[in-house]
Design a binder for this molecule. Sequence first.
Ligand code: C2E
Ligand code: CA
Ligand code: CA
Length: 594
Amino acid sequence: MRAAKTLISNLSEEAGEPVVLPAHLLPVALQELLDTPRTAAQQEFIDTLPIAIALVGLVDKKPAILARNRAFLELSNRRPRFAEADVSHELCPGIALPLLPELESFLPGDERERSFDMQEGDGISGRHFAVRLSRLNNGESAPPRCILSLIDRTQQVEGERSLRSQMLRDSLTGLPNRAAFAEQVEQAMANHEKEGRNFAVLLVDLTRFSRVNEGVGSLAGDELIITVARRLISALRGGDMLARLAGDEFAVLLNVADNSDEALRAARRMQACLSTPIRLGELEIKIDCAIGVAMMSAAIDDVEDLIRNAQFAMKRAKISGHAEVYQPCDSTTARERFGLETELRRAIERDQLQLAFQPLIELASGQVIGFEALARWEHPEKGMISPAEFIPVAEESGLIIPLGRWALRSATRTLAEWDRKSGSPTPLHVAVNVSAVQFQRDDVVSAVKAALTESGISGNRLKIELTESCIVSDPDGIAKVLHAINDLDVKIAMDDFGTGYSSLAYLQRLPIDVLKIDRSFIAPMLEDRDSVAIVRAVLGLASALGMTTTAEGVETQALVETLVGLGCDVAQGYYFARPLPADEAYAYFRARNA
Ligand code: C2E
Ligand code: CA
Ligand code: CA
């Protein structure tokens, strides 16, 4: 008992003699330690702390709790698992199993601090903690001790999870949406590679639906979509997946043995089940659909490729009137693409691309705070080519690297020109889009540095917009690059948020300053309560994570008002201005901020 007392008094001293306890006294000593406060005042002090903390040391080379506060005790009581038995229970009461190995490696080492996340218990009933171990500075010879703190993040994690499941569902039909479908196809591609399991992607497009919709009104149109979804599902087998990609566009992920016959049979079943007219009140409506099929093959390594192939097949299906399977020769467009690639290369070399600038409006003040730079290509014969068309070509051919470097240089140079025009630095920044491909293949940090040096623009006036696909492809690599960019004081915006795969929990670890909420959530807000709920949840989480928010694709005054009401920080969209040539953009800024 005396030994235990020594150990107790030892805890409150800064540096003490290492204490050696006779083995047979250990359980008793520990028991007493846990129950006996050092001094009432000290215990009272640690009990007032709102987070669960414990003092952990090595006893007989095993981590043991030497003292804990009330919050920690409550945690153990609420979750019996925290004290549940395992072999080391005798020595480590109160320490949850996942913590043991961490403590075992931390205590004898010389790391000052370690933070990690821990899940305790599985499934829905599991709880999530942010754990931090901080070493106590107790002198060279004293036994190692640390403060263990646990912050319960369960609510936040669950909030994210339910937000995510909302984001992956089409609110009208309850079917998985485009993002969920892409995720599932990605999974199927992984299985294909590992286990050789084959599958097909079918795109189903309702023909003339928009006309029907206009005729019967959108409410009846919704009912029609729901009926179509039900019928399509009835034509599928257990493991297949039906998703709704857009208004009248569905997609199927179909497990098949090896050839396309099976997929074509499924397509015919789907068409057959739509052949009976659908009753809508007084009306009977006949719905037709065109189906394009793409088979998975070794040559495909991207979800988008597979969907594009199905789209090629769909084009033929619309002409032939029956389901079609993608044939590699379908890509006459592939040849066109090659032509486009050559021309794009030339355009970049001859400096024929331009940047357009779309204002970013701070909602609280109504002022322009910056511009997003968007690439424009005016082809001598074909006229304006949309970036939606040439950026993918640039990404496939590697031309995105010179293009991306050009965009960084050109955007910062334009900002420097505006500064000169106005006689002093403008209160503006430019946001430049950087493709995932560029993050993979180029040294983005040096490209950013070069642009800043050349233009003389300071880092805090440049923002890099990246998409979630950057993060998914190489999470560790990207984290390093983003931190290096952040070290240049350059801010980072997550573009098109909500359309990709990354979780907010993950984003939290990256130095992301701005979440740009994708247009597909903003545009339907006025008609669709689900979208409002999603945007509200995203705004709440973003502010909890210390990020600012930008709403994309704001086209009406009513949307602006809704967004102001929800506390969104910045808006961008046609309501304020379209992307403008540099001179007009500058004039817009002068007029609006006058
Ligand atoms: P993004 O980064 O999401 O850019 C926003 C797109 O939404 C722009 O299309 C913009 O014109 C459009 N937009 C803005 N406000 C509204 C609105 O109120 N309503 C509607 N319907 N649309 C709006 P844009 O310029 O055609 O660019 C398309 C995409 O091409 C961009 O999407 C971006 O992903 C990519 N892109 C453009 N320039 C570059 C570039 O320099 N580098 C890279 N890597 N990608 C670029
Ligand atoms: Ca963007
Ligand atoms: Ca965007």
